[in-house]
Design a protein around this ligand. Structure first.
Ligand code: WT7
Length: 569
């Protein structure tokens, strides 16, 4: 109890806040040397934590392995040296395309240590999703597993920049020409490595994220992002010496890098990783076994836990848990109230994005939570909601506007790869627009309303309608298509596709299933429509643009709004 009572209040944390505080703790500056790979391993060893566990890893079958901070240091050196031996140069994009195995986490640090840019991609991506992102980034090397390399093989001849396909768990003899085996345990351990002399603005991580128009955009981050990620992990996730921290997110998405690698390790905190899908019993057993103290999860997972009831939670010893936080989609009030019943602790909502690189609006430990609200801006983050017509801050409490941030915090995205126009389009009147709507109450708490575009948020993962529609159009039966969000009790939203067929095709259940599988294989299970409705025509503007808004409104039972610009059917 006493620890909670001595926590600074929100006002105390905001008063006189300066990111310099974080710079001092880390010993970095914007102009000086900073390397995330070094900060997450070598520096922690220098601080006397070399033998402390950094990664406690477990796979779906329950097999496990523990890596100390010294292991992280030496093995990331080893991967860095290996990449150098292949002539991978600083600034080149190296893709990580793996399940949550140790090589993914250690490889991330190794890539950064030798000055290349880490491009993590979700291992469930199919060949089209993979190709789009590798092609856009001009990726020169990809590190993957035996079970995923077939997807790379299918597209390699269409990726002229891709020089190296590195497989971590295959013997050379089983690989095809032009592929390289990298068995980390068999490589000579590199004790000392000259870390690339990156400075604050040196590119570090490239994360692809979806928007309404066009293919996904590569959000390019820099090493200075550490300054935001370190402090937000410490204050919002409340990481303290002795903690056992668990972040459910996959490093294919930004939560899995900012708070599944950089945040905890730059703080010298032990983290546990479970390379396995969702299962309530298994998750509780994992928390109990490892005595997890801080848990960063997501609303979809919480809703699945809720479905199994408080009794299942009570059957496990979850008394080690001290702090719970959530991200990715709206955390409904019921979930906060339920978690208090089940765990004796509320989930703290945190709001941010791939582009923000760190938590920007949040509930701090010790701050009074209003269930259903995202909380308040992190110190050093100036957030507001703007009137959508004037792009001036809304002055009446409770009115809905566009969530906007004043640019300049350390982990803000620096550009979209190869897409300066898309980046410029995110700013109005000197504000960065998140693409979301919210209101702010009289106490300064933010309340999420919804996205301000057609992006579908399924289980906390953004999927762009354009990418789905492009895949649909490649199917021989499809003439036109529109992908929209449809409500779902667990994932909040799932993909629904409306499709018109080419002459000679019949829209029956078999075709629906075939098209669903087609999208799942080419893109990912997330992007697969859960329902396909065959229609005679799609609503369009007079200029012929498909209006997803009308289709979406029907799914949600909402008013369709102004249809005066639509073509008469
Ligand atoms: C979008 C960003 C950064 C975490 C993983 C997602 C939605 C995120 C919340 C929240 C309501 C949320 C927004 C945002 N979102 N957190 N606490 N409440 N919505 O990163 O893939 O870039 O998605 O996720 O729509 O813009 P991302």
């Amino acid at each position: 109890m006493s620890a909670v009572m001595t926590l600074p209040t929100y006002e105390e944390r905001v008063a006189g806040f300066d990111w310099a505080l974080s710079e001092e703790e880390l010993g970095v500056s914007r102009e000086g040397r900073v390397n995330i790979g070094w900060h997450c391993s070598d520096r922690i060893c220098d601080q006397g934590r070399a033998q402390a566990p950094a990664l406690i890893w477990e796979d779906f079958a329950g097999a496990g392995r523990v890596y100390t901070f010294n292991d992280l240091r030496v093995l990331s050196n080893t991967i860095a040296r290996f990449l150098q031996s292949l002539d991978v140069a600083p600034g080149e994009r190296v893709c990580l395309f793996m399940d949550r195995i140790p090589e993914l986490y250690i490889g991330f640090l190794g890539i950064l240590k030798m000055g290349a840019i880490a491009q993590p991609l979700f291992s469930a991506f199919g060949e089209d999703s993979l190709w789009t992102r590798l092609e856009n980034a001009g990726t020169t090397a990809i590190i993957t597993q035996k079970k995923h390399v077939h997807k790379v093989r299918k597209i390699r001849d269409r990726l002229p920049a891709l020089k190296h396909v590195i497989v971590v768990d295959a013997a050379s003899a089983t690989l095809q020409p032009g592929e390289t085996a990298m068995a980390l345990d068999a490589l000579p351990r590199v004790e000392r490595f000259a870390v690339y002399p990156s400075t604050g603005e040196t590119p570090s991580v490239l994360h692809y994220t979806s928007g309404t128009t066009g293919q996904p955009k590569g959000a390019q981050h820099v090493h200075y992002s550490l300054v935001s990620q370190y402090l937000t992990a410490k204050w919002v996730l409340d990481l303290q010496p002795g903690d056992i921290y668990w972040c459910n997110a996959d490093p294919g998405w930004v939560t899995g890098t900012s708070y599944g690698i950089i945040g905890p390790w730059s703080n010298g905190i032990t983290q546990v990783v479970l390379d396995s899908g969702f299962n309530t019993e298994r998750w509780y057993a994992f928390v109990a076994k490892h005595r997890v103290t801080v848990w960063y999860s997501a609303p979809t997972a919480i809703r699945l836990l809720m479905r199994d009831g408080t009794e299942m939670a009570k059957r496990h010893d979850l008394s080690s848990l001290r702090h719970l936080a959530s991200v990715g989609e709206p955390l409904n009030a019921e979930a906060v109230i339920w978690s208090k019943e089940a765990f004796g602790l509320p989930f703290h909502d945190t709001f941010w994005q791939t582009e923000t690189g760190c938590i920007v609006i949040t509930n701090f430990p010790g701050m009074p939570i209003k269930p259903g609200s995202m909380g308040k801006p992190f110190p050093g983050i100036k957030a507001t909601v703007l009137d959508p017509r004037t792009f001036e801050p809304v002055t009446t409490p409770g009115s809905v506007g566009l969530i906007a941030l004043r640019p300049g915090w350390p982990s803000m995205v620096r550009s979209y790869w190869n897409n300066p126009g898309g980046y410029a389009n995110k700013f109005r009147n000197g504000w960065y627009l998140c693409g979301d709507r919210a209101s702010v109450d009289t106490d300064g708490y933010f309340w999420f309303v919804g996205r301000d575009d057609d992006v579908i948020n399924t289980g906390g993962h953004l999927v762009g309608p354009f990418e789905i529609e492009s895949a649909l159009l490649e199917h021989p039966a499809v003439a036109e298509s529109a992908a929209v969000a449809k409500p779902d009790p667990v994932n909040m939203e799932v993909v629904k596709a409306f499709v018109t067929l080419k002459p000679g095709y019949r829209g029956d259940a078999d075709l629906e299933l075939e098209i669903m599988n087609y999208v799942r294989k080419r893109l990912s299970p997330l992007a697969m429509p859960q329902e396909i409705e065959f229609v005679a025509s799609l609503p369009k503007t007079r200029s012929g643009k498909i209006v997803r808004r009308v289709l979406r409104a029907k799914e949600w039972g909402e008013p369709v709004g102004d249809t005066s610009t639509l073509m008469d059917e």
